[in-house]
Structures are given as C-alpha cells and as structure tokens.
Design a protein around this ligand. Sequence first.
Ligand code: V4E
Length: 197
Amino acid sequence: MIEVEQKFVVDDATLSPVLQAASFIGERRFTDTYFDDPCYSLTTKDIWLRARDGKWELKLPLRNAAQQSDDQYDELTDEDMIREKISLPKNNSLSEDLAAACFAPFCTITTVRKKYSLPPFVIDVDTLDSGRKIGEVELMVNTEAEIPKAVSRIKRFFEQHKIPLAPVRGKAIEYIQMHNPAHYAALRQAGVLRNID
Ligand code: V4E
C-alpha cells in the first residue's frame, strides 16, 4: 500500500468542525531519531532514515522532489530492504553497521499523534514538544498509477473544508533549520526543500 498524504498548518477554528464529523481512532506518543552521514548522502537525495521508537524506517521519494506538490514517499521497514536501498552490507546489527559506515543521529523529535477517521480519509494531528501542531490528510492506494486521483481527492477535501493548502515545513526540516545551518544549506543546494525555499 502507498500512503498519499498532504500536510497542513493546524488552525483549530477550521479543523474542529472537520474533527467533529470524524471518529477518533486513538493517540500515541513516539520518538523519531533521524540518521545520515557527514556528507548528508541520504537527506540530500530526500531519503530519510529514522528509528521510530527503535524500529527502523526508510522514507524514499516516489517522484523527483522538485516536481512534488504533495508528500509521496515509499516507506520501508524491512531491514534487508533498507540495507539494499542505502547500499549497506550486512556484518553486524543495522545500528552497528550504520555507525561503522559513519551514519549518526542528526535529530530526535517526539510527537504526540491523534488519529481520526473520516472515510476514505485518515487525519493525523501531530503536536510537538514546542506546542506546534501539524496536520496531515492521508489516503491509501495500491499502485503508483492511483496516486494522481488520490492527490485530486485530497485537494478537493481541503477545498471542501476550507483548509488552506500552503507549504508546510515538516518537523525534521524545521529541526535542521534551527540546529544545523550547514545541513540546511546542503538540502537547499540539493533542491530538496520542496516548495518552501
Ligand atoms: C519525508 C521528509 C522527512 C521525513 C519526515 O517525514 P514527515 O512526514 O515530516 O514525518 P512524519 O512524522 O509526519 O512521518 P509519518 O508518520 O507520516 O511517516 S523530513 C523532510 N521530508 C520531505 C520534505 C521535503 N523534501 N521538503 C520539505 C519542505 N518538507 C518535507
């Protein structure tokens, strides 16, 4: 399954009628630690390797980032597939092999995520330690061919509920901008900062 998603800036006045019509699925708190090497080899290709509460995940762009107007990433959780995509041979555990290849954590973010269902959409509302809130509307599809239709449906959902479709600085991008100017400059130079810079 492919998750087609669009983030939005949460404005409680706009969002509360939408959430009232939705069913609350649940709330979870998780911590993401993101990894890259000193040349930013992954993130400058818009590839995001993270451990979410200790479980490895790799987010890979489905299209060239410069053409993207929405968040469309493939997400791998199988460690052998992750190794294959980042060309990391197996000698020891994934974390040991990453460290040996000079991959190190560059940011850690804790999120409280509330999940709602408004079929066929799933709505996530993330709250960060800073209090900042980011929303996300998601639709699941089976094949890449179904992505354009899903993108249109999500756009219509935004119009219908008068949610502004403005570019959103994601959590990891915001962290890098605040804490690591050299990394942020490398992302900008690589053209990875979709729609914001
Ligand atoms: C894909 C990505 C990053 C990894 C973090 O992804 P994000 O969707 O922000 O995290 P989260 O916690 O909502 O993940 P989920 O639980 O939905 O899997 S960091 C940056 N990107 C891509 C990206 C980009 N290239 N440019 C801009 C301006 N923002 C984001």
